[in-house]
Write a protein that binds this ligand. Structure first.
Ligand SMILES: *[C@@H]1O[C@H](CO)[C@@H](O)[C@H](O)[C@H]1NC(C)=O
Ligand SMILES: *[C@@H]1O[C@H](CO)[C@@H](O)[C@H](O)[C@H]1NC(C)=O
Ligand SMILES: *[C@@H]1O[C@H](CO)[C@@H](O)[C@H](O)[C@H]1NC(C)=O
Ligand SMILES: *[C@@H]1O[C@H](CO)[C@@H](O)[C@H](O)[C@H]1NC(C)=O
Ligand SMILES: *[C@@H]1O[C@H](CO)[C@@H](O)[C@H](O)[C@H]1NC(C)=O
Ligand SMILES: *[C@@H]1O[C@H](CO)[C@@H](O)[C@H](O)[C@H]1NC(C)=O
Ligand SMILES: *[C@@H]1O[C@H](CO)[C@@H](O)[C@H](O)[C@H]1NC(C)=O
Ligand SMILES: *[C@@H]1O[C@H](CO)[C@@H](O)[C@H](O)[C@H]1NC(C)=O
Ligand SMILES: *[C@@H]1O[C@H](CO)[C@@H](O)[C@H](O)[C@H]1NC(C)=O
Ligand SMILES: *[C@@H]1O[C@H](CO)[C@@H](O)[C@H](O)[C@H]1NC(C)=O
Ligand SMILES: *[C@@H]1O[C@H](CO)[C@@H](O)[C@H](O)[C@H]1NC(C)=O
Ligand SMILES: CC(=O)N[C@H]1CO[C@H](CO)[C@@H](O)[C@@H]1O
Length: 817
């Protein structure tokens, strides 16, 4: 065996000591200070549990290339401690490994321990067993809760200390967070809330992490906790003491989505404006929430009624692909801001109003070292700003960055990054062949449960969230000679949600769920009864537990107290509320894990006459994965509501039959102040049609896909698809360098449009303007066809003579990868 060479050893030694050199992280009123230097820090949220461990290196690398300095993540308590004292830090819950990958990439980590995290995550990250401890009250001055919170927080801190992941020990963790957005509701918790937040601060401090602790949305955060801002805009935010920096922990790059909602988008011009405005107004740390949103695998989505996709319209899409122009336009912004790091953190600031909502903000250290932001806050008018003898075109509601107060290197509304349109393509030769199996319900439809109670129980307390499903069963006996109206009565159920299926005498009579804005609803449906014994079986399902709001943890689910009544003849009533009720938690198929490929071997799956629109049915098929690196998705159009597994691993709940409302998709203008209802697309479409299948869930050989369909669907419409880059567009002004890329292995195959002059329209609908140079198409073809990326210097003489010399000329290109 040959030992490593001396040179190699030297390299290893350097690598070791560079990556493990201790850092001193403090702060003052201006910025986070690392080793004595005030810093401008750009951070991006990537939640390890919302992707797979195999995806992490690529996501983090793309974040780094996007100009991010730090990765921010929450810690998900209920994922790590599913039962009290039983921990799971494996697979995509191995947050230590995640932090080490971030460290290896040379980035910092912002660790938001919470352990309440909100995050549209099931129950805000709390384990449901916490709620079941007698005497406990969550997020308030309750000793039982505080003891549990301290135990878990201490465990996490001890794990990162053991691995020397805190900055002073040579690790990447520079900031830690306790609690989360408690300030939004502290008043509701009264005096106990104040005591609790003081306790949080003291407890956190006692953990001696020796990096700054933050509390977001907590105006009264006790020293030394730094209060930080969350929101779409944070330029007006002021920290609660002059000795702490202005930090923005959640800048929402987009928004999350509920079942039945259209697709949210936040225009990149608006994100960039908000970020530039934040730095122009003295901010020095900002985090994108999310930089990569990812997927709520399993039953991890919060709720009720939040989709499995947590894409968030983030710079990296759900599958980890670069979303353009968002990623690239923000990358350019980061580089412009970074050019001014010293000036922004040490300079004096002076803002001068130029009229008409136009202003210049100048940061200067001395006569020769200064940087400027030119802000046009006017929402309707572009402006020619004259400053220091130069004129700058500042579009409506945008900010230009002049790192030397002279040369504009960036404007938030002048997007020069390419637009990439992703396309989903069915994988050829994957006609799926299905087998099926009905959920076995002989027990529950005949009233046989596993325990009983005299009252209608609350669902979450009863199931401990071991399953989405709880069966409520009772019976009613009709006397012989019942009058005819007694044979047709309406079953009426008052439920706290989230979904209800009602069976009478083995027959499904109907289903219901709450419409937008609520989770409670009343169910009423006609039921046919018979003389003698009648079985009433109600299946209640949750769809993600509440994660946000004061006392969200007390939000109830299920039939909880009812009433459950039979109404006949308009007014006659049989009240079943006080009946003896029998219960069963979960589905038989779920409890026997028939979604595991191994477990399903022994089962007698039917392969004949594939049932369509049949509720409570398991479907099974196999598929092969195509070669290549394109993301894989399942198109579940045609299915109703249920859950999907690939090779036994959950890819989440599905509900494509839940359509978004038809209205609310008005054209989007970045100049109007953004809120999450603006800039929606896909109105009237399934709120989630495509479901991510991570590559690491699949193998080379046949893969097993199992669906549990709750309400009825048509699996013959299901297909496996790849997500790849389709059309790429760009529209840049003369004097720029046009860069186009297929963002992967593919090459440009076709240039659909190229015009240098005054082209009109946008990606997908470009048109020639009144004039153009003759050679544009030929030049672009020559530069790009057959290449995976190309760059063109957009100058007048590159494209031949043109008659539009007195216009400001642009090159518009549309190409196919
Ligand atoms: C860390 O930096 C602060 C101020 O920047 C300084 O007061 C302190 O002594 C430093 N601590 C160490 C351990 O170097
Ligand atoms: C701020 O800038 C304006 C315009 O350049 C100048 O008149 C003013 O004196 C400056 N104020 C300070 C405090 O430097
Ligand atoms: C925006 O510009 C228009 C046209 O110059 C002007 O009428 C309007 O008052 C400006 N708005 C603001 C907020 O300055
Ligand atoms: C101005 O500040 C910069 C940055 O701190 C420094 O490099 C430069 O020497 C200073 N110039 C003068 C004239 O003081
Ligand atoms: C800015 O100046 C240019 C060149 O003089 C002119 O063409 C353009 O219309 C002006 N734009 C605005 C908004 O005033
Ligand atoms: C019924 O449920 C309640 C609430 O969980 C419980 O306190 C009670 O002991 C139960 N009754 C029986 C007979 O199990
Ligand atoms: C059936 O008759 C019995 C005895 O008369 C009575 O107690 C019971 O309430 C009746 N059931 C219904 C559903 O009316
Ligand atoms: C299944 O249900 C859908 C929606 O209710 C309906 O449009 C479709 O015709 C049904 N298909 C079959 C085969 O019954
Ligand atoms: C897939 O990606 C890997 C790593 O980026 C690369 O080495 C490989 O060539 C790619 N394969 C294909 C088929 O594009
Ligand atoms: C651009 O393509 C060339 C080959 O055509 C390749 O060597 C280079 O790595 C690519 N650059 C990027 C950023 O993808
Ligand atoms: C682009 O072309 C201009 C004019 O010919 C030239 O001055 C400039 O250096 C070129 N830029 C690059 C990156 O090639
Ligand atoms: C106040 C508010 O809306 N907070 C939200 C901020 O964004 C995070 C992540 O999307 C949510 O968890 C909070 O509810």
């Amino acid at each position: 065996m040959v030992g490593p060479s001396r040179a190699l050893l030297l390299v290893i030694a350097i690598a070791c000591c560079l990556s493990s050199s201790a850092m001193n992280v403090t702060y003052d009123g201006r910025a986070i200070i690392i080793d004595g230097q005030r810093r401008v820090l750009i951070s991006g949220s990537i939640h390890y549990a919302r992707s797979t461990a195999e995806m992490w290196p690529d996501l983090i690398q793309k974040a780094k290339e996007g100009g991010v300095d730090a990765i921010d993540t929450y810690i998900f308590w209920n994922a790590h401690e599913p039962s009290r004292g039983e921990y799971n830090f494996e697979g995509n819950l191995n947050f230590i490994k995640f932090i080490k990958i971030v460290q290896d990439a040379g980035l910092y980590v912002v660790l938001r321990i919470g352990p309440y995290v909100c995050a549209e995550w099931n129950y805000g990250g709390f384990p449901v067993w916490l709620h079941q401890i007698p005497g406990i009250e969550l997020r308030t001055n309750n000793d039982i809760f505080k003891a549990e919170m301290q135990t878990f927080t201490t465990l996490i801190v001890s794990m990162i200390k053991k691995e020397k992941l805190l900055a002073p020990e040579g690790g990447p963790v520079i900031i830690t967070q306790i609690e989360n957005e408690y300030g939004n509701f502290i008043k509701k918790y009264g005096d106990s809330g104040k005591k609790y937040i003081q306790w949080c601060a003291d407890m956190a401090k006692s953990l001696n992490v020796n990096v700054p602790w933050i509390m977001c949305q907590q105006a009264d955060a006790p020293s030394p906790m730094i209060n930080t801002c969350n929101g779409f805009y944070c330029h007006k935010f002021k920290p609660n003491r002059p000795s702490i920096p202005k930090m923005w922990t959640e800048n929402w790059t987009g928004w999350f989505k509920g079942w039945g909602e259209s697709q949210p988008h936040r225009p990149v011009e608006d994100v960039a404006y908000a970020v530039a405005n934040f730095f122009a107004s003295g901010g020095t740390f900002q985090n994108y929430y999310m930089y990569h949103g990812g997927t709520n695998f399993g039953r991890t989505s919060g709720g009720p009624y939040l989709t499995t996709s947590y894409d968030y319209d983030a710079p990296l899409d759900e599958y980890g692909n670069i979303r353009q122009p968002k990623w690239g336009h923000l990358k350019q912004l980061h580089s412009a801001i970074k050019m001014m790091e010293k000036i922004l953190t040490y300079g004096e600031v002076n803002t001068t109003q130029l009229g008409n909502a136009l202003a210049v903000t100048k940061f200067s250290i001395n006569e020769t070292s200064s940087g400027c932001f030119l802000t046009n806050a006017n929402q309707s008018n572009d402006a020619n700003a004259t400053y220091n003898g130069n004129t700058y075109l500042v579009p409506s509601r945008s900010i230009s960055i002049l790192p030397d107060c002279e040369k504009e290197v960036y404007n938030t509304a002048k997007v020069t990054t390419q637009t990439s349109l992703m396309v989903n393509k069915p994988v050829k030769s994957t006609k799926l062949s299905w087998k099926w199996h009905s959920e076995i319900m002989e027990d529950t439809l005949n009233g046989k449960g596993s325990f009983s109670n005299e009252s209608l129980l609350e669902q979450i307390m009863t199931t401990g969230d071991a399953s989405d499903y709880l069966w409520y069963m009772t019976s009613v006996t009709l006397n012989k000679s019942s009058t005819s109206w007694r044979k047709k009565m309406n079953l009426r159920v008052k439920t706290k949600g989230h979904i209800l299926h009602a069976y009478v005498n083995n027959r499904l009579i109907g289903s219901g769920y709450a419409t937008k804005g609520s989770y409670k609803f009343d169910f009423e449906q006609e039921a046919e009864l018979r003389d003698g014994h009648n079985f009433i079986t109600l299946l209640s399902a949750t769809d993600g537990l509440a994660n946000y709001g004061a006392f969200f943890d007390l939000q109830k689910a299920g039939i909880d107290g009812g009433p459950v009544e039979l109404i006949g003849n308009g007014k006659e009533k049989i009240d079943l509320t006080k009946n003896k009720w029998s219960y069963k938690i979960g589905l038989n198929g779920e409890m026997s894990k028939i979604y595991l490929p191994s477990a399903s071997h022994g089962l007698n799956w039917n392969s004949d006459r594939l049932p369509i629109n049949k509720s409570m049915t398991w479907y099974k098929t196999t598929f092969e994965v195509p070669d290549g690196n394109d993301s894989l998705v399942l198109d579940l159009q045609g299915m109703g509501k249920g859950h999907a597994w690939v090779n036994g691993q959950s890819i989440g709940r599905y509900w494509p039959s839940f359509l978004a409302a038809d209205s609310g998709c008005e054209p989007c203008d970045y100049r109007q102040k953004y809120d999450s209802d603006k800039c929606r697309t896909e109105c009237g479409m399934p709120s989630q049609r495509w479901y991510h299948v991570p590559k690491s869930f699949t193998t080379k050989g046949p893969n097993t896909l199992i669906l549990f369909e709750e309400v009825g669907g048509d699996p013959s419409q299901v297909s496996l698809q790849t997500v790849t880059i389709g059309t790429v567009c760009a529209n840049v002004v003369e004097g720029s360098i046009l860069e186009l890329s297929c963002q992967g292995s593919r090459s440009f195959s076709k240039i659909q449009f190229a015009s240098f002059g005054n082209p009109e329209g946008s990606c997908g609908s470009f048109k020639k303007g009144s004039c153009e140079a003759p050679d544009a198409l030929a030049v672009v073809k020559k530069a790009c066809i057959g290449r995976s990326n190309c760059s063109i210097n957009v100058t007048a003489n590159a494209f031949g003579p043109s008659e539009c010399s007195d216009l400001s000329r642009r090159l518009a290109v549309q190409a196919i990868c």
